[in-house]
Each structure stands twice: as structure tokens, then as C-alpha cells.
Design a protein around this ligand. Structure first.
Ligand code: AMP
Length: 506
């Protein structure tokens, strides 16, 4: 594959790409950049989010801007504020050495006055959400009569969100001879309508359409009853403290409820949905990016285009109705060449949906077990013991304090002391109950009935072993998960293996 230099980019841009560690172009970049730099023709780019689309159109756009012309020369329309902000962030970075090129994002939910003020200065590239742009045009804060380049990013999503009229209106203020670059993950009929209406013999670039889903994602599913989903999520989060991800719900209310459930249990979680103010959403995203949140609970629309690197997991608390949404959701993980896991929480009668996704998206799902409370505890104990063993004490504690503790513990045997300290540690764990949460229906295959009946519990249920009176031991550990090369079938065991590998490396 050609290097960025061979694609025809300038030294200023090449320098930034090197600083960013972009070693080679992604497929969509390799195919689009030379066309967008050289050809004065419209272009349709079919690619998923997370494939490097922003640089694919952003780099040629920045190269084409004439910094000595103060007019707005390029407009990027994006479906959400978050995506608009992210595009602007990337374009600011890419234009680091093109000192005279100015880029501004305008979007609803933020004070329009500040945006109008910013627009008093020349802005060569404007990134906008469709509704806010109409407002600004009507207030004469934006003039598009010298526009040369229009980018419609995530065009399918803009239509899904009902922006058809706004797009028409915005485009009516732009000159006919501009170039239009349309990017979309899918090509539904409505997009074809836009292409017919607004584009002239467009070039077409398609990447990864056969297997649209990023190959670095491992797809998994668990079968769980609706009322056990929250607890199943806790178990998975507890099974590996390194998990960082997005949990998708279908409605704003579900999103809010689940986020509150997790927060009540002291998980570092928060919600992201359309009923929140822009300031609230910005705050949540800032915390998530800074890693002070472990999980973001989001609706499809609010999470659209979220570009946070290093997310290990995407959870589908409920599966989306459209296959394309599964792709968008799972694309929040495994970004920029990294690996990621996408886990669907499904009811026993939903297994046909997994089959359908496998067929339609050309992906393979692996069934997983929800970790048992014992799995989680065993892992926590092992981790804690290693931490204790690895703790360096020399010179860190006053001898008097050690002596004081030794006097107070004086009568305890090592076994008694270990038991007390261990129980103290385990009581900090957040295990709700030690029930088996795996829905046994699945043991009978699709749609089959378990002889326990719906909602049957295997093991008494409901009691928290560490906070209650029950004695803790490892005898209840599930021995079901057979050893496989890649994955054990159990989250807790996978996490444990990951931990061991990490330790070995260190
Ligand atoms: P996008 O699809 O534009 O949202 O990009 C997804 C992520 O990949 C972003 O974090 C980009 O910074 C990153 N990225 C884009 N192009 C490359 C590249 N050629 N090499 C490495 N990372 C990239």
C-alpha cells in the first residue's frame, strides 16, 4: 500500500501525521485521498466509522483551502454535536503547521452568541450540525456563497435522525458549482435520492463492504433473563477491572436507569443521551476520555461517532433493531488497529437474532457464560494476594506503627490474621448475589424449554456470601468452561489469563 507521502500530501501534513504516529494510510484514506486531491469531481465514500474517514476527507480538504481567501470555503455537515466536535478536533490537529487555516465547529445545545462571535473572524472550514447551521445562516452569521467543498459525513445517520429537510435547506444556500463529498456507512434509497439530487457523476470509493464489521472485534453473547441483566453486567465488570467501554441501551430512560443503578453501586459510570444538556454531555465525555469513568451508558444516537481510543468492550444491553447499528456500536471498540470485544445480552428467545447478525454481517459469535460470584471472588483474591506480595514496605512505614500493629495482632495466628484481612478485603466487593445468572433455556438450544422452567434458579439465590453469614470457599466454582486456545468461554477465566500474561510480561 502507498505511503502517505505517495498519496500526494504536503510536508506540513506529513509532519503532523508522523507526530500522530499514523504510519500508513487506512484503506479508505489510500483510496480517497489521491482522488480528492487531484480530481475536481464529486465523490461518494462508503466506509464505517472508525476506519479513518475523517482524515480521508479532512486531509485533502485542508490541502485545498486557500488561506489567503477569507471566505468560508468548506462546510462539513455531521449528524451530532459529538461527531462535529471530534471532526473539528482532528482538523485542528491536522492543520497544526498550516498556521493560516482556520477551522470552527458549530452545533446546537451550545450558546449561539459565542458561535456568532467566533464567526466574525474568517473561518475557512466550518463543521456544523444541520439545525444550528440553519439558525446561523438566518442570522447572517454564516455565508456560504463562496463555498467550494461540501462534506456530508455519516449521511445515512443524518437521514435516520430526520435531518432531510435541514440538509435541503442548508444546501439551498450553497453554490451549484461546489464539490460534494458524501460519506456514509450504508447506501439506503434516501441517500441515493440525495446523490441524484445534489451530486454530479460522483466517483465512488468503497472499502470493507463485504465484511463491514471491523475484523479486530471479538463478538460474544450471553443468554440472560431481563431481570438479571444489570447483575450480569456487574459480574462482567467485576471479572476484569481493566474493562473500559460503552453500554448501549435502546431508550434514554433505560440509559439513565442503568447509569444510576451502576452509580449507586459505586461504579465509575454515567449516562449519555439526548435529554441531557450539551454542557452535561460535554462533561460526561470529558470524564470518559480522561478515564475517570469506566463505562458510558449511551443511546445509539448520542454515542454516534464517539472516538475514544483504548475501549476494551462494547455491551449491547439490548440488541439494536437494525443490523447497521450493531456495526456502528461495536465499532466503538477495536479502533486504530487495536483489539476489542463486543458482548450482546440476549434473552433465550432472541438467539435467532444472533444467527441473523452472523449471516448478514459475516461475523462469528461465541457464546459466553456470565461469571459466577465464585469466579469473581477467586480472581479478586488472587489479584489481591499478588498485590500484597508485590508491596514494597522497606522505608515506607514507621517501625513504631509496625510494632503497634504487631502488639494488637499479637494473639492471632498467621491463618487467623490472613482470614480476617481477606474477609475485610472481600467485603469491599460489590457482588449482589451468588446466583447463577446464565439463562438455562439456552442449554436446550434455540427456543427450547429448560426443565427448570422460566426464571428457575439453580442455586438458592439472592445471598451475598461475603456480607452475609455463608462461608466462603471455592468449592462452588464452575468447572463448565472447557479450555480453548483463544478463550475459555468464561469472562473471569479470560480476565485471569490476561492478568497472568500481564504479570509474566512484567
Ligand atoms: P475515524 O474513522 O476518522 O473516526 O478514525 C478513527 C481513529 O483512527 C481516530 O482515533 C484516528 O485518529 C485514527 N486514525 C485514523 N487514520 C489513522 C491511520 N492512518 N493510522 C493510525 N490511526 C489512524
Amino acid at each position: 500500500m502507498a505511503s502517505f507521502k505517495e498519496l500526494g500530501l504536503s510536508d506540513e501534513i506529513l509532519k503532523v501525521l508522523e507526530e500522530l504516529g499514523f504510519e500508513k494510510p487506512t484503506d479508505i484514506q489510500a483510496e480517497s485521498i489521491p482522488l480528492l486531491l487531484e480530481k475536481n469531481q464529486d465523490l461518494i465514500g462508503l466506509a464505517q466509522t472508525g476506519t479513518g474517514k475523517t482524515a480521508a476527507f479532512g486531509l485533502p480538504l485542508l490541502e485545498r483551502i486557500d488561506p489567503n481567501n477569507k471566505a468560508t470555503q468548506a462546510l462539513v455537515l455531521a449528524p451530532t454535536r459529538e461527531l462535529g466536535q471530534q471532526i473539528a478536533e482532528q482538523l485542528h490537529t491536522f492543520s497544526k503547521y498550516q498556521k493560516k487555516v482556520s477551522v470552527l465547529a458549530v452545533y446546537g445545545g451550545a450558546a449561539i452568541v459565542n458561535q456568532i462571535k467566533a464567526l466574525r473572524k474568517p473561518q475557512h472550514v466550518i463543521i456544523a450540525t444541520p439545525g444550528r447551521l440553519i439558525d446561523l445562516i438566518k442570522r447572517k452569521a454564516v455565508k456560504l456563497d463562496e463555498l467550494q467543498y461540501l462534506v456530508l459525513d455519516e449521511a445515512d445517520e443524518m437521514l435516520n435522525m430526520g435531518f432531510k429537510e435541514e440538509i435541503d435547506k442548508n444546501l439551498s444556500y450553497t453554490p451549484d458549482d461546489k464539490l460534494t463529498w458524501l460519506f456514509s456507512a450504508t447506501m439506503p434509497d434516501e441517500i441515493k435520492g440525495i446523490v441524484r439530487k445534489y451530486m454530479d457523476q460522483p466517483l465512488e470509493v468503497k472499502v470493507n463492504t463485504k465484511n463491514e464489521v471491523n475484523a479486530n472485534i471479538e463478538h460474544q453473547y450471553i443468554v440472560v433473563r431481563r431481570r438479571d441483566k444489570e447483575e450480569a453486567l456487574l459480574r462482567i465488570l467485576d471479572s476484569d477491572p481493566d474493562i473500559r467501554g460503552v453500554v448501549f441501551c435502546r431508550t434514554r430512560l433505560d440509559t439513565q436507569d442503568l447509569a444510576e443503578f451502576l452509580m449507586r453501586r459505586k461504579y465509575r459510570a454515567d449516562a449519555l443521551h439526548g435529554d441531557m444538556s450539551q454542557a452535561q454531555r460535554d462533561k460526561v465525555m470529558k470524564r470518559f476520555k480522561a478515564k475517570s469513568l469506566q463505562v458510558l451508558i449511551a443511546t445509539d444516537v448520542a454515542a454516534r461517532g464517539i472516538d475514544v481510543n483504548d475501549l476494551t468492550h462494547v455491551f449491547h444491553f439490548t440488541l439494536p433493531d437494525q443490523n447497521a447499528y450493531y456495526t456502528h456500536r461495536s465499532g466503538r471498540t477495536a479502533r486504530a488497529g487495536k483489539k476489542g470485544i463486543s458482548i450482546a445480552f440476549i434473552g433465550s428467545s432472541d438467539q435467532y437474532k444472533i444467527k441473523m447478525l452472523q449471516k448478514k454481517l459475516g461475523i462469528k459469535f461465541e457464546a459466553k457464560e456470565i461469571p459466577s460470584a465464585e469466579d469473581i471472588v477467586a480472581k479478586a483474591v488472587e489479584k489481591w494476594c499478588h498485590e500484597v506480595l508485590d508491596t514494597k514496605t522497606k522505608g515506607k512505614l514507621d517501625d513504631q506503627l509496625i510494632e503497634q500493629a504487631n502488639i494488637l495482632f499479637g494473639n492471632l495466628s498467621k491463618e487467623e490474621l490472613t482470614a480476617k484481612v481477606l474477609l475485610n478485603e472481600l467485603q469491599k466487593l460489590n457482588i449482589g448475589s451468588d446466583r447463577n445468572l446464565n439463562d438455562e433455556f439456552k442449554q436446550r438450544g434455540e427456543g427450547g424449554r429448560s426443565d427448570r422452567g422460566r426464571g428457575g434458579r439453580r442455586d438458592g439465590g439472592g445471598k451475598n456470601k461475603y456480607k452475609g453469614k455463608k462461608k466462603f470457599d471455592r468449592s462452588g466454582r464452575s468447572s463448565k468452561g472447557k479450555k480453548k486456545n483463544k478463550s475459555s468461554g468464561s469472562f473471569a477465566k479470560d480476565a485471569k489469563n490476561r492478568y497472568k500474561r500481564k504479570k509474566k510480561k512484567a
